[in-house]
Every structure is written in structure tokens, then in C-alpha cells.
Design a protein around this ligand. Structure first.
Ligand code: F6P
Length: 320
């Protein structure tokens, strides 16, 4: 292969820029040329791209967001859209495509592979919810962002003796909630993987209250229940606990990547390029048991990871 394309797709995540830089510079170091496709799969369909050079990816390793912009392309979901994308890649002599994105973006890449263009996916999503890897770019930064925010919320919650409910992202997974909950010493963490009723949450808080624990942090993963529902329930049944709600929202998607995200971006990039150059294709790069690996799309379902049961039990044991 001589020329590769690179795009970012789906929700942006800190570390995507570091991965763009890593893929571009490592590919050029190996003698390839690199075309940056703008706005995810939409850019392939509409032929929106720019040649990337060592210089054009300078000064971005520490920046959040994505230089290439991103989108959740509706058109790419259709067969006609994918055919247009494939034809554009052919016309522009792009021999392989590196996609940086989450689960949906990886499924898109797999469909493009089926048309005959080799693709590699680098996991980039704050949710950490992709098969084929225990770690996705952006996750570590998002957890640290939540931690910093909750530490501030705790100051005011404890000054006012309130129950502070904090809703975090994560889509259908509880990784962000559990890891940030562990790190900030939350009393309760609600995750989609574990069903808990609002009455059980309230009972737990009442018990803490009885033991003179006058303020508490409840971290709610958006996929478990809405923070608003927890707030409404608490206000109705336990107004004396003075409950408050903070929805952290898009705050979690921005900011400079953590050291771990920026470093992993470089390692994932190297593996993606090396794998392509060794004849590999149609795979997701990942970290499994601390090793950087490439797993063919057809086998990723063998490597599905979920929240740590011990951490889930421990966060509640320590928070009580
Ligand atoms: O996948 C990343 C993520 O931030 C999820 O945590 C969240 O559910 C979703 O994207 C929000 O998507 P959108 O950017 O379309 O609002």
C-alpha cells in the first residue's frame, strides 16, 4: 500500500488528535502518504479531504476535539452512501482507511471493508464500551474530568449537607460512572449493568443519614436512569436531604487528553500502520491485558469487556 486515508467518526474524544498525529507521522516515516478525510464518513461521500503532512499535524497532540472534525453520518448507513464512499476512495487511490471512533464507527468500517477497501479501526470514545479492547481513547481523560468536577461539587454539597446527584455519560455502559465513582469516593454509583430501584437508593442514603453522614455523592450513569428521575424521587420522598443534580454532559468530551490517552494514541497508531503494512486488514486495534493487539472484526465479539464486579461492590463498601 502507498496511500492511506484517515477519518474520525461519531462522538469526539480527547486523544483523537494525538491519534491523527500518530498515524500520519508513523505512516510517513514508513514511506506512505496520508489523506485526511473531513467530517467522518460524510467526507468520504462528499469528497471532502486534505493531504496531511508532518507539519499539518503539528501542535495538536495536546488538543481536545478532532482536527478532522467528526459526524454521525446518516447517509453512510445506506447502501448508496457506502457505495459513493467506496468509489471516492478508489478514485483517489486510497489503498486503506484508518477510522478513529467508537462502536458504530467500527461497524461502518466493517461494512466498507466488505466492499473491498481494507480498514482498521482505532478505538476512540469516552464510553470505553467497544469489543476488542479494554481501553478506548478519551476514556481516561473523561474519568479525570468527572473526578475534578465531583471534587468541586463535594465541597459545596458537604458545606450545605446535601445529597449531590451527578449524571455522567457512558451511553449503555457504566465504565465512566464506576471508575470516577471509585476515584471520588462516591456513596452510590448507578450503572446500567446493575439494576437498583430508586427506593433502594433512598434507603441507603437514609441509613447513611442516620449515621450522621450528612452529605453524599450519587454518580448516575446516563444509561442506568436519568439524573432527573433520581432528583425528582428524592425531592418527593426525602426533601430533608436537600438533593441537587448536576448533569456533566459535554464537559466530559472536551479538554486536553490525559497522559495515558495521548500515549495510547501513539501506540494504537503505530499498531494500525504496522498491521496494515504487514498485510493485515479489517481489524480493530485494542489493548487487551496491557498488550496492544489487532483483532479482526469477525472475532471481536470474543473480546467483550464489562465493568469490574469487585470495584462495583467495593465502591459501595467504602462509601457507606
Ligand atoms: O459516545 C460518546 C457520547 O458522548 C455518549 O457518552 C453519549 O451518550 C453520546 O455520545 C452523546 O451523543 P451526541 O454527541 O450525539 O449528543
Amino acid at each position: 500500500i502507498k496511500k492511506i486515508g484517515i477519518l474520525t467518526s461519531g462522538g469526539d474524544a480527547p486523544g483523537m488528535n494525538a491519534a491523527i498525529r500518530g498515524v500520519t507521522r508513523y505512516a510517513m516515516y514508513k514511506g506512505l502518504t496520508v489523506e485526511g478525510i473531513l467530517r467522518g464518513y460524510d467526507g468520504l461521500i462528499h469528497g471532502d479531504s486534505t493531504a496531511l503532512t508532518r507539519r499539518s499535524v503539528g501542535g495538536i497532540i495536546h488538543r481536545g476535539g478532532t482536527l478532522l472534525k467528526t459526524a454521525r453520518s446518516e447517509e453512510f448507513r445506506t447502501e448508496e452512501g457506502r457505495q459513493k464512499a467506496y468509489e471516492w476512495l478508489q478514485k483517489n487511490h486510497i489503498d486503506a482507511l484508518v477510522v478513529i471512533g467508537g462502536d458504530g464507527s467500527m461497524k461502518g468500517a466493517e461494512k466498507l471493508s466488505a466492499l473491498g477497501i481494507p480498514t482498521i479501526t482505532i478505538p476512540g470514545t469516552i464510553d470505553n464500551d467497544m469489543p476488542g479492547t479494554e481501553y478506548t481513547l478519551g476514556y481516561d481523560t473523561a474519568v479525570n474530568t468527572v473526578l475534578e468536577a465531583v471534587n468541586r461539587i463535594r465541597d459545596t454539597a458537604s458545606s450545605h449537607d446535601r445529597v449531590a446527584i451527578v449524571e455522567v455519560m457512558g451511553r449503555h455502559a457504566g465504565f465512566i460512572a464506576l471508575e470516577s465513582g471509585m476515584a471520588c469516593g462516591a456513596e452510590i454509583v448507578l450503572v446500567p449493568e446493575k439494576k437498583v430501584t430508586l427506593k433502594e437508593v433512598a434507603d441507603h442514603l437514609v441509613e447513611s443519614h442516620k449515621q450522621w453522614k450528612m452529605s453524599s455523592i450519587v454518580i448516575v450513569a446516563e444509561g442506568a436512569v436519568s439524573g432527573c428521575d433520581v432528583l425528582t424521587y428524592m425531592k418527593q420522598h426525602h426533601p430533608e436531604m436537600n438533593p441537587s443534580l448536576t448533569v456533566l454532559g459535554y464537559l466530559q468530551r472536551g479538554g486536553a487528553p490525559s497522559a495515558r490517552d495521548a500515549k495510547m494514541a501513539g501506540l494504537f497508531a503505530q499498531k494500525a500502520v504496522d498491521y496494515l503494512l504487514s498485510g493485515g486488514k479489517d481489524a480493530v486495534i485494542g489493548s487487551i491485558h496491557d498488550k496492544i493487539v489487532a483483532t479482526p472484526y469477525t472475532e471481536v465479539d470474543k473480546y467483550k469487556f464489562t465493568i469490574d464486579e469487585n470495584e462495583y461492590d467495593l465502591v459501595h463498601a467504602l462509601g457507606t
